[in-house]
Design a binder for this molecule. Structure first.
Ligand SMILES: NC(=O)c1ccc[n+]([C@@H]2O[C@H](COP(=O)([O-])OP(=O)(O)OC[C@H]3O[C@@H](n4cnc5c(N)ncnc54)[C@H](O)[C@@H]3O)[C@@H](O)[C@H]2O)c1
Length: 390
């Protein structure tokens, strides 16, 4: 059997190479797809065919994908967390330097110098006084969100000699292990803002993080501070930032999200959403999501899904596998086991995991999956999707 993968954006060849041609048909015009591979194309108004078993996003954020709708259909959405973390970290560091040394206005100044020889030298010496900057050691950087990107930014800033404060009430054990012991834990967002000369946000955009950087918190910062936003535009209250730039409370707003309101405003350094725009990040993301998609299609295993739990069982020869997504309500595994018992089947292994409202079950049985069994399981109230993984 060949799996059919529809691409909604051009996907890096390094990723496509992970899907061998004898097992996968991949292309933008593939109909009746088993899975969709996407980068930034907006899928909210796209009619997603009923044949789709999974969606893979070659990147981190999934705001362009109707995740809760797909959860209701029992369709996992995979992303590539961390694959672009180094790319974003490097741009955030560049942002810190851009802000600290007035590099943007200084370049603009040099472009205006239509002079040569001594006249040019004199103009440079006169003009450079306007661009005296500051160095980073001794200054405090507050990092909000210590996930894949935040941890890398925090560690790198610490190595640059900054005092780094981190805040993330839901930091994972894995990220806590990666975090430099030199990074201080802030007690609250208010504590972090009050003690940071620069604050950088690395949280997803949710109802809880929208407007996280607001007038009240900016007011806590020292005069002449810097705000960096390489996460999502709406995490920062732009009107509050513009007001703080006018009073000098903030000296620089460095972001990856240009807007009409900030265009041409002194102190605003807006980049055209370049965070993950390196060839390495695109390749890493595509390869990572192709690998997870492949493991799901061929083995039913789930890793790095935004809406499904981690669930992976090694394959054992001479067994067949059934993969079931269901609502996370009582007695689902009991009902599924009853259908297997009615079919006279012996369960050789079973894994059941849940995440929020979705649960996922992998069942290995001796021999083959008999005809009609998957349909019977699919008919159980609360089962969202079921398939035989042969
Ligand atoms: N500029 C770009 O091109 C670009 C590229 C990649 C990612 N991003 C953005 O960066 C964000 C972070 O990416 P990541 O890979 O580090 O994600 P991640 O999921 O690894 O980390 C996010 C962290 O934020 C924490 N968090 C959530 N809400 C919080 C809150 N209210 N306060 C403090 N911490 C909170 C979570 O616990 C998690 O540890 C993404 O969601 C995406 O929006 C932007």
């Amino acid at each position: 059997m060949r799996f059919r993968i529809q691409t909604l954006n051009s996907i890096s060849q390094k990723g496509l190479d992970r899907l061998p041609g004898d097992r996968y048909e991949v292309g933008s015009d593939v109909g009746h797809p088993d899975a969709i591979l996407v980068r930034s194309a907006d899928m909210h108004d796209v009619n997603i065919p009923a044949s789709v078993l999974a969606v893979g996003r070659a990147g981190a954020g999934t705001n362009n994908i109707p995740v809760s709708l797909l959860s209701q259909r029992g369709v996992p959405v995979f992303n590539a967390p961390g694959a672009n973390a180094n790319a974003v970290k490097e741009l955030v560091l560049a942002g810190l330097f851009l802000g600290a040394r007035h590099i943007g206005p200084a370049l603009d100044f040099v472009r205006t110098l239509d002079l040569a020889g001594d006249a040019l030298d004199d103009a440079v010496e006169q003009g450079k006084k306007r661009f005296i900057g500051h160095e980073l050691p001794g200054r405090a950087l507050g990092v909000v969100g210590l996930g894949a990107i935040g941890v890398e930014v925090a560690n790198a800033a610490h190595l640059l000699g900054m005092h780094v404060l981190g805040y993330d009430p839901q930091i994972t054990v894995q990220r806590a292990w990666q975090l430099s012991s030199g990074v201080e834990q802030a007690l609250s967002l208010e504590d972090l803002f009050a003690r940071s000369h620069a604050v950088t946000v690395h949280v997803p955009l949710t109802e809880g993080t929208q407007g996280l950087v607001n007038a009240k918190r900016i007011a806590l910062m020292p005069e002449g501070s810097t705000i960096l936003n390489f996460a999502r535009a709406a995490i920062v209250d732009e009107a509050a930032v513009l007001a703080a730039l006018r009073t000098g409370k903030i000296a620089a707003y460095v972001c990856d999200f240009p807007s009409a309101a900030t265009r041409g405003v002194a102190g605003v350094i807006a980049l055209p959403h370049l965070g993950a725009s390196t060839s390495e990040a695109e390749e890493n993301s595509a390869a990572m999501v192709a690998d997870t998609l492949r493991d799901f299609l061929e083995n039913g295993n789930i890793r790095h899904s935004v809406n499904f739990p981690e669930a992976a069982l090694p394959r054992v020869p001479a067994t067949a596998r059934i993969a079931i997504a269901n609502s996370n309500v009582p007695n689902m595994v009991g009902q599924i086991s009853t259908r297997l018992a009615e079919a006279g089947l012996n369960i050789s292994d079973l894994l059941n995991k849940s995440k929020g409202e979705v649960a996922y079950t992998l069942i290995d049985i001796d021999g083959k999956v008999p005809a009609g069994l998957v349909e019977k399981i699919g008919g159980i109230r609360g089962v969202l999707s079921a398939r035989a993984v042969q």
